[in-house]
Design a protein around this ligand. Structure first.
Ligand code: UTP
Length: 296
């Protein structure tokens, strides 16, 4: 069985939920405190044993390439000023070898993955989406790769969501369960409220096999007129059994505003530097909210 060595990080979406911030800046560069979301994703891939990463970019995404490149002037200045901790942080992001390819038009996630087909060739590979950051003891992608090594089958990372949330996700229709692994009967992209076959939502982590490109090649449009990765995995599942794996860890949705704010708060609460002043500030805010509501 081939090892999973390569990963695709699609980052060519328009990021409309964060406009106007994303008019000239990639959504993937929005920071959770002081680190761009895409760096969390790259670090997870590396910690999971991935050797080669390709980021699918689009118009206005240059900042991503600059971020992962060497910053000679900045590094020299930091070294001269003796700011060694910052220097180490800045260098950390340029240590990984990353390749780039452009998706010329944002035709959907499936199309973005298809754009990287030549880079992948005939090997199993991972896909990581920047909208989901996962904090876990064993990196999320590492957990999925482990399941792939046991089954040689496509593995889709899932976590349960509430009945009201299923309409926002790709949902798995499970055919059987063993521990945290579900045999998949079918996938449904963003089912209408009350029609979801389960609460198992696809969470932006996949290990796929190269046969998927045959189905992406067909360029069939799905929900929203986009070429959907979920649809191609559903087609693949007809010829090669796919599994959904309920990974362990805390998953943060940074692809929409409230999730982004809550992630920032949670990460700040886990920081030695920020926890105390943040709690004090929050207490003051809650107090004045209470006063306004109760006393007027
Ligand atoms: P999203 O649905 O989150 O789209 O795509 P988006 O454009 O980034 O954000 P909104 O919904 O407009 O706010 C999920 C992932 O697929 C990538 C995105 O960059 C994101 O990582 N994607 C989506 C592409 O690379 N190309 C596309 O054509 C669409």
């Amino acid at each position: 069985m081939n090892k999973v060595r390569k990963a695709i990080i699609p980052a060519a979406g328009l990021g409309t939920r964060f406009l106007p911030a994303t008019k000239a800046m990639p959504k993937e560069m929005l920071p959770i405190i002081d680190k761009p979301t895409i760096q969390y994703i790259v670090e997870e891939a590396v910690e999971s044993g991935i050797e080669d990463i390709i980021i699918v970019t689009g118009k206005g995404k240059r900042a991503i390439e600059d971020h992962f490149d060497h910053a000679f002037e900045l590094e020299t200045t930091l070294a001269e000023k003796g700011k060694l901790k910052l220097l180490e942080e800045v260098r950390r992001s340029s240590k990984v070898e990353i390749h780039y390819i452009r998706q010329k038009e944002p035709k959907g996630l499936g199309h973005a993955v298809w754009c990287a087909r030549r880079f992948i060739g005939d090997e199993p590979f991972a896909v990581l989406l920047g909208d989901d950051i996962v904090r876990s003891e064993v990196p999320c992608l590492r957990q999925l790769i482990h399941q792939y090594e046991l089954t040689a089958s496509p593995i889709i990372g899932v976590q349960p969501v509430s009945d009201l949330e299923t309409q926002r996700y790709g949902i798995v229709d499970p055919a059987g369960k063993e521990g945290r692994m579900y045999k998949v009967a079918n996938f449904v992209e963003k089912p209408a409220l009350g029609t979801a076959p389960s609460n198992l939502a696809i969470m932006g982590r996949y290990v796929l096999t190269p046969e998927i490109f045959k189905f992406l090649e067909l360029q069939e449009e799905g929900v929203g007129g986009e070429i959907q990765l979920t649809d191609a995995i559903a087609r693949l599942n007809e010829v090669k059994q796919a599994y959904a794996y309920h990974f362990s860890g805390m998953r943060y949705d940074v692809g929409e505003k409230l999730g982004f704010i809550l992630t920032t708060l949670d990460f700040a609460l886990q920081s030695d530097e920020l926890r105390k002043p943040l709690l004090e500030a929050m207490e003051r805010i809650m107090q004045s909210e209470y006063m306004t509501r109760v006393i007027g």
